[in-house]
Each structure stands twice: as structure tokens, then as C-alpha cells.
Design a protein around this ligand. Sequence first.
Ligand code: CU
Length: 385
Amino acid sequence: MRAAAGAGGDLATEENAMKAKAAVLHGAGQKLDVREVDVAAPRAGEVLVRMAAGGVCHSDLHVMQGHLMASLPAILGHEGSGVIADVGPGVTSVKPGDHVLPLWRLSCGDCEYCANGRPALCAAGMQIRMSGRLADGTSRFSMDGKELKHFAGVSTFSQYSVIPERAVLKVPDDIPLEKAALLGCGVITGVGAVINCARVKPGSLVAVFGAGGVGLNVVQGAAIAGAEKIIAVDLLELKLEMARKFGATHTVSAAKGDPVEQVRALTGGRGVDYAFEVVGLPRTVRQAYDSLAKRGMAVAVGVSPTTAEVSVPLLPLVFEERVLTGSMYGSAVPRIDIPKLIDLYRAGKLKLDELLTRTYPIEQINVAYEALERGEVARSVVTFT
Ligand code: CU
């Protein structure tokens, strides 16, 4: 007999549990532990997904480093793609065999924010993220009889994951799953910040601070929106090179002097209409703000440490009518925006093939994160074969 339920409620029982290889984070400051875990069958309103790919995104690294809070121990991963393996009672929107993307921000569909087209701001998403447990207050993951939490409600770094039906989106079968995975976080967050939040107009001048997995998608979002100048700013030459491939018209190395001065010089001293910060640091948010033209908008996209604060000169906010805002999950409605991104990919306007630079087996996930930290990859995924 398996151990009785812990504080979190029912654990996987021997009768209905299956085994899966998964990357577990036991505590902040540790590496991921790839091991076999138990996954219980999906309950009402839940689905079982056989993961095809898990996206190696910086937000998980923030959790590993203790900069972003999460309920631990947990199976990490919030970007991914897979195939429905089983469904719980009452599930009608998907069936076994369907290709799906897990959506890391659960939304209820009924609240003020969902009704207003801002599902990423729904309280249901925060609740599942902080508790690490599904709607009935329990977890479907366990290890040696001990509860493991669901990271962001999706835990894509597991061969099998139980996910709320509302948090999966069916995608067409002909899009390769490894590439489709990137749409669910990196692409929608970056392109969405440009299209949905800033609403960049054709002919605009744009600066992008940080050319990582999300930053490159801000760059290509600005290109899709018809920006005239797209200035990518980064410390690493390799990333600036990648930014050029994604549509940057100019690049600025922050390692070679004040990036604000360099951005201003590239705009004849005027400044940019839109500056996106895709790093998650007060210093770069400030640089984005300082790069603005009159009536310019700075958009913070990067995930910052929980305690980070930023200060900006107040007078230009009024005298120059500047805007400083943030964009969460591409300010998107994933059910509308992800199919549109797929159309753009099919039309050759969204670079997805170029974005996926490496694939690692799940066993090498820590190696994948080391490469991410060194800034070597645009985006990589782990696979479960
Ligand atoms: Cu992400």
C-alpha cells in the first residue's frame, strides 16, 4: 500500500498511477532532478497529456534560483506541447489523440478580466500557481508516496502531465509538436506584447532590451507590425546576431557603452516610440524608459525577482506624456491569438523553425539550462523519447 494522503490530499494510488520520467525541483538553489514519478489518472475536468516537448524557458530558471516563488517540490516546465492520452469525466473539448499546447496561465472564463479579454489576469491562474495543486486542492503527482506540486498547473517537464481541461489548447496535427511548443510561452509573450499591449503602429521606432527567447519574439513581432526601425540591445554579440535574423534593423551592444545614448544616437536624438524590456531587471526597465521619445511607451515584459523595484524620473511622465506599463503573457487571449500565430507561421511571416535552436533529451535538462544561462540558444526544448 502506498502512504496515506499528506497535507495536500489524495496521492496517486497503486491502482491508477502510472510512471513518468520528470524533472523535479526539490528546493530553490538546486538543480533539476530527473527521475521517475507517479502520475494519477485525470479527474473531472482534467486531461492527461503525453508530452512531446518541454520548452526551456527562463522563468523556470528563476524558480530554480529562488527568484520567483513557487510551491515546491514541484515538476517544473510551463511551455510545451503534447498529445491527449486520456481525459477525466466531463471533458468535452478534447479527446485522446488530439495535439495540444498547455497554457501556463489558467483562466476561469467568467470573471471580469476573462470577460474583458485579459485571461492572464484571472485569479484562477495565480491560485493554481501559488498552491501547485489542481482545482480540487490535490495533486496528481507523487514520488515515493510524497506529494509533488504542479508548476503553473501544467508541469511540462514530465513525460505525462495531468492538466485542467481549460488549460490546454487544441492545435492542428500538421504543425510539428517541438516547434508548436514555443508558441505557448516565448512566442505569444513576445509577439503579444507588441501587437496586443503596445499596439505598435507601422513606421514606428522600436527598441528591444534583451534578445533572448522572448526578446527575439518581440523583435519579430515589431517586424510583423511594420516598425521602421527595430533596435535590439543586448550584452552578447551572439544574441544581437540572432536578433538581426529575426528582423532587427540595428543592434546595440550594451557591453560597449551606454545603451540609452546608443539608441538615441540611432534615432537622431529623438528616442523611440516603443521600448520593450525583456530582461526583468530594474536597470534595463529604466534604460527602456530613458530611451523613449515624447509620447513613447515602455513595456516591461521580463520576469523580475519578486522584490525588484524600479524608479524613473517623474517629470517626463507628465511633460512628455510617456507611458510605462507591463505586459503579462502577451496580454493575449491564447485561444484567439495562438491560431493566428499558426497562420502567420504557415504564411512564412513568423519564424518558428529558426527559433528552435536545440533539442535535448529530458535527462540533459540541466545541460540545457546551463546553455540558456550562457546565452547560447534562441530557444531549446527537452523531449521525452
Ligand atoms: Cu516561459
